[in-house]
Write a protein that binds this ligand. Structure first.
Ligand code: ARG
Ligand code: GLU
Length: 728
């Protein structure tokens, strides 16, 4: 045997190993599936072609997937526009239709006929019509001498021109997005529907079973699904809500598989993952794990404790705050899992090893030395410089703007500016009316005591890390008795006028009454003597002047360095197939139904069932209440055709690479049929946003058979199943 042959054999063994090790990592770009993934997917069991999944010439699976409400994914499951997504994706809509008397959030909602489907102003779903690689057009006029700012302007201009050209004369929209940190650019042509109605949602105790205790945890027993319907005009085009609209007829909808699901079965997830950062340096990962995540965790922990106490003591408060609480707690727990997971896989160390190899690769070649020798040291320095501003940004976003009174008080700023610069009486009247309208709606839901308690914690946090953000006078008062000072912010004129909107008119009137000329001008604007207003404006202004500009400046620099680093890594690892970080564009992930071992003594099988759900029941724990009807079905074993081995499947896990935004995504089998709805990941697996570990990363889905069981047997809405194409 020749040495060459031997070597290539060895190489091949290695390359098989490589693809096995990275088998399930990756969020792949639909238009490149045929080029990069088709063969691999088919070798793993896929029975379709890439063209069946994404095609610009005929209906394909992508025509049955939508971005739902901006942050989630949904899938079409009938020829009449019926759409399936998660309960937690539709939750705020269900909440908005609920009152204490008709509490759909708590008890569930099922439209028993079309006329009972509830409209949701502002809710949209977006289809991808097609995508194209426009890298050369976008980067055409760049030169290597350009500054980042110049580069940005040229890219903006080219993108805007393409976005305009590509959809001229249509009702579509177009958006150019960057990939691989700005090394490539693709354009997305989309179609957005605006009349999306609520069809059904299970009670909270099913849709959120296990609550925050089980969130991000496997084994899981949550029926995290809800149903909506897309409506269109008589020509099947998007239209604003109208009673005359008709159910949308999609180009494609998913068949539903009730067939047996086995460990090892091929699966894929088609959806809109939001954000991953797979190509970070060790410096960035270290900052994330040691500084950013812990700070966010500690702020949220206190915020949640305040809310929980209030919710537990008042059912109306509970209804008002449920959705918000779930949102805060969700990422609170995610940050914890992510930090843990990254420590567990030694992410920083692995990145350092890669950087060491990178250094060797650079040093081995003169050209590379010229291009890349300074790259890593510069990245390290910039991350160090960035740290305090990043911390400031986290504090501003997590501890400051999350306080309701801050948002409220800030909304007066425009009025104040107008008054300072002088404003015509008519203009002022319009602005005041707008402000009053806003203040009224704010007041309707404002929970002053929760906000005050949160403010006590959060303002202290802000000052702990950034004392310079207040004036000396404010700091002195705060240091003397922080609770007293913070409470006093809540009991001065502007916030007092919360109690009576009339006071706002009065205040303006009082201050402008004597100034008869047409143009009204107040030296200090509005709220000059108002403690809360002064506090909020000082912090905001300091942030805008001292933190934000530096944050942005360094962030831009980091973007540019990371772009070069990503490109260099791709040059170095020519045998590795790179996928771009998630950026809220449509992606396909594939893997298989697969259990995992979180540690040496525990191994999880990938399926959960109704018997285990019932075993978790605890009527005294609001997160583990089982609705009476479900228990009855269980006791009578009234499972109909949804029974599998004497129970009903509830959730399953698989090794598809997913992230936030993939919620509600269709989970498909080798034939492209729907087997579940993605809604979560296991805790350690969340580290995959930064570093994917094939032994730990699992996505969690509601088994479609549980969804059908709940719709049919629990809700008695079998008529909805008649619309679907169910394969048995
Ligand atoms: N962790 C899932 C996601 O990121 C589910 C969140 C909703 N559930 C909850 N208990 N908060 O969206
Ligand atoms: N629940 C997440 C979402 O809302 C999906 C879980 C994840 O982050 O993977 O998108």
């Amino acid at each position: 045997m020749t040495e060459f042959f031997l070597r290539s054999l060895l190489f091949c063994v290695l390359c098989v190993k490589l693809t096995v090790a990275f088998a399930d990592e990756g969020m792949w770009v639909p238009m490149f599936l045929s080029k990069y993934n088709e063969a691999d997917m088919q070798s793993k069991g896929l029975k379709l072609s890439a063209e069946d999944i994404y095609s610009v010439n005929h209906a394909s699976l992508k025509d049955a997937v939508v971005q739902f409400g901006g942050g989630c994914t949904g899938e079409l499951i009938s020829a009449q526009g019926l759409l399936l997504t998660n309960h937690h994706c539709g939750r705020s809509r269900v909440q908005s239709h609920s009152t204490l008397e008709n509490n759909y959030l708590e008890n569930g909602y099922w439209a028993m006929k079309r006329s009972e489907e509830l409209s949701n102003p502002g809710l949209t779903v977006t289809f991808l019509v097609r995508m194209e690689d426009v890298t050369s057009e976008v980067l055409n006029n760049l030169t290597s001498e350009m500054t980042e700012a110049e580069r940005y302007l040229i890219i903006e201009k080219a993108s805007k021109a393409l976005e305009k050209k590509m959809v001229e004369g249509t009702h579509y929209e177009a958006k150019v997005k960057e990939f691989f940190g700005g090394n490539e650019y693709y354009i997305f042509i989309t179609e957005t529907f605006k009349d999306v109605r609520l069809v059904g949602a299970p009670p909270y105790s099913i849709g959120n079973f296990g609550g925050d205790t089980d969130n991000w945890i496997w084994p899981r027993h949550t029926g995290d699904f809800s149903l909506f319907r897309i409506y269109a005009d008589s020509l099947n085009r998007p239209a604003e809500y109208s009673p005359d609209n008709v159910p949308y007829k999609p180009k494609k909808h998913f068949e539903i598989s009730m067939r047996e699901l086995k460990e090892g079965d091929f699966t894929m997830v088609f959806g809109f993952p939001g954000r991953t950062q797979e190509y970070l340096t060790s410096f960035a990962v270290k900052q994330l794990v040691e500084e950013e995540d812990p700070l966010k965790i500690s702020i949220r922990e206190k915020r949640l404790a305040v809310m929980e106490k209030a919710m537990d003591s008042d059912p109306q408060v509970k209804l008002n705050l449920t959705s918000k609480y779930a949102g805060i707690s969700n990422y609170y727990k995610k940050y914890m899992g992510e930090s843990r997971g990254l420590k567990k896989v030694n992410a920083v160390q692995k990145k350092q090893e890669l950087e060491k190899r990178f250094g060797e690769w650079v040093n081995a070649d003169e050209n590379r030395k010229v291009k890349y020798a300074n790259l890593l040291p510069e990245l390290e320095n910039t991350y160090n410089e960035f740290a305090p501003y990043n911390q400031g940004m986290v504090l501003y976003n997590e501890a400051f703007t999350t306080l309701d009174f801050v948002t409220y008080v800030n909304s007066f700023a425009k009025l104040s500016e107008l008054l300072k610069s002088g404003v015509k009486r008519e203009v002022l009247k319009v602005e005041v009316e707008k402000q009053v309208k806003y203040a009224r709606s704010f007041l309707k839901n404002y929970n002053r005591s929760v906000d005050l308690e949160s403010a006590k914690n959060q303002i202290k946090d802000i000052i702990k890390y950034m004392p310079e953000i207040l004036t000396g006078k404010q700091n002195k008062k705060l240091n003397k008795d922080s609770n007293k000072y913070i409470t006093s912010l809540f009991s001065t004129s502007l916030l007092d006028s919360l109690e009576s909107i009339a006071a706002l008119y009065e205040l303006i009137e009082r201050r402008t009454h004597y100034l008869y000329p047409d143009t009204i001008k107040l030296e200090n604007g509005f709220g000059a003597n108002d403690l809360a207003f002064q506090f909020v404006s000082t912090v905001t202004q300091n942030f805008k002047e001292n933190i934000y500009p530096n944050y942005v400046k360094l962030d831009i620099k980091l973007d540019s360095l990371n772009r070069i680093y990503t490109q260099a890594l791709r040059e170095m690892q020519t045998d590795k197939l790179f996928y771009p970080d998630a950026n809220s564009t449509l992606r396909l992930s594939y893997g298989k139904v697969e259990g995992y071992a979180p540690n040496d003594s525990v191994t999880y099988i990938p399926f959960s069932n109704l018997d285990e759900l019932i075993a978790k029941e605890n009527p005294n724990d609001k997160e583990f209440v089982v609705p009476a009807k479900l228990k009855e079905l269980y006791q009578k074993k009234d499972y109909g055709e949804y029974a599998v081995n004497g129970t009903v499947p509830v959730c399953f896990i698989a090794s598809n690479h997913t992230t936030g935004g993939n919620s509600g995504s269709p989970v498909l089998n080798a034939q492209g049929q729907l087997i579940g709805t993605n809604f979560d990941r296991n805790w350690e697996g969340t580290a995959a946003d930064v570093m994917y570990d094939p032994t730990q990363a699992r996505n969690i889905s509601v088994d479609i058979r549980y969804t059908l069981f709940i719709i049919d047997k629990f809700a008695g809405a079998k008529y909805l199943l008649d619309e679907m194409k169910i394969v048995k």
